[in-house]
Each structure stands twice: as structure tokens, then as C-alpha cells.
Design a protein around this ligand. Structure first.
Ligand code: IMP
Ligand code: MG
Length: 188
């Protein structure tokens, strides 16, 4: 972990885990890998609202094959920072995915329960292929056998915010991925 150079710290941030430049380089690399792997094909990227929005927006600008976008919103019942595995679809896709090359884009895979549910659900709609791209992977907390096909960073078991990820809907706008101070949690 490092402090990041010249990045202004939000008062609630304890430590920067991944700096803005480090994230940007990785997202570019992921976009280039996907573009190579899907050469000659068209992709449908499905962003999981809301956490994946910023990652998807940056990622898609490094994709050089034709790409369409769609979104799903899901909520997992349970505490804010822990998913229960019971997932409810709050907003479904606008498009039919049958016969299409789908990549589900998610901010983080933690227990894997959300992604597993999404994949099982989307698979029943008969896409030509179905893959996953996550920015962050916290494998230590995995409760399913989900392994992202594309992943930016493997991180330790710490709750992180920024670059789309929130705590209580806050901090999505931070330009880096950060750990927030413990006292921020006890305030609520
Ligand atoms: P999973 O179902 O446990 O894999 O959790 C996936 C979802 O939990 C993500 O889409 C996030 O919304 C949320 N989540 C898990 N870990 C974190 C974290 O460290 N920071 C912010 N959100 C997280
Ligand atoms: Mg989320």
C-alpha cells in the first residue's frame, strides 16, 4: 500500500490502497486484453449498478471491438457491507442477450454470491458466451467457486471505497481505491 503522490486525501480516508494512475494503467490493460480476445466479434458489456459504473466507463474506452452497453441493478439482502446470497433484480437488462457475447462488469467480487447469481441467471438466456470482468477480487472471503475471467487487482480482506465503490452510498467519486478510517463506521 502507498500514499499516492499528490492525491488529495478525503478526511475519512485512512489509506490509499490503489492510486489513480495505477488503476488507469490496469483498466487500459484489461481493455486491450478484452479487445484482443474478442477480435472479430461484437461484445455486450453488462455493468452492475451502481458500483461498476466508473470502471465500465473507463474500461469501455479502451475496447476497440464493437461494444454495446446495458445495465442491471441488483440488491443483495443483508447488511450494507456483507451480502447474504439472496439477490433481487431491481433493474433488468433492456436488451435480449441470446446469441451474444456478454461480459458482466462488476466492481468487486467478494463472497462471489452476487456474481454467481448473475451468471446463473444470464446463462438461462442463452448468450453465445458469458464472461466476467471485475476490477477487484477479494478471494479470501469467497463462498462460491466464481473466478472472474478478467480481474484488475487481487486485494486483501479489507473494506474499500472509491472509483465507484461506496460505503452507505458515499465515496464513489474518489479517484483512488481507499480504506476508510474505522471511526467512520462507528459514527452510524
Ligand atoms: P459479493 O456478493 O459478496 O461478492 O459482493 C459483491 C458486492 O458487495 C459488490 O458489488 C459490492 O457492492 C459489495 N462489496 C463487497 N466488498 C466491498 C468493499 O470492499 N467495498 C465496497 N463494496 C463492497
Ligand atoms: Mg455493488
Amino acid at each position: 500500500m502507498h500514499r499516492g503522490c499528490g492525491e488529495k486525501l478525503h478526511a475519512d480516508v485512512q489509506e490509499i490502497m490503489l492510486g489513480e494512475d495505477q488503476i488507469a494503467r490496469k483498466v487500459k490493460e484489461l481493455g486491450e486484453r478484452i479487445s484482443g480476445d474478442y477480435r472479430g466479434k461484437e461484445i455486450l458489456m453488462v455493468g452492475i449498478l451502481k458500483g461498476a459504473v466508473i470502471f465500465l466507463a473507463d474500461l469501455v474506452r479502451h475496447v476497440t471491438v464493437p461494444v454495446a452497453l446495458d445495465f442491471m441493478a441488483v440488491s443483495s439482502y443483508g447488511k450494507a457491507s456483507e451480502s447474504s446470497g439472496v439477490v433481487q433484480i431491481l433493474k433488468d437488462l433492456d436488451q435480449n442477450i441470446e446469441g451474444r457475447h456478454v461480459i458482466v462488469v462488476e466492481d468487486i467480487v467478494d463472497t462471489g454470491l452476487t456474481l454467481k447469481y448473475m451468471l446463473d441467471n444470464l446463462a438461462t438466456r442463452k448468450p453465445a458466451s458469458l464472461k466476467t470482468c471485475t476490477l477487484l477480487d477479494k478471494p479470501s472471503r469467497r463462498k462460491t467457486d466464481v473466478v472472474p475471467d478478467y480481474n484488475g487487482f487481487v486485494i486483501p480482506d479489507e473494506f474499500v471505497v472509491g472509483y465507484g465503490l461506496d460505503y452507505g452510498e458515499k465515496y464513489r467519486n474518489l479517484r483512488h481505491i481507499a480504506v476508510i478510517k474505522p471511526e467512520v463506521y462507528v459514527k452510524e
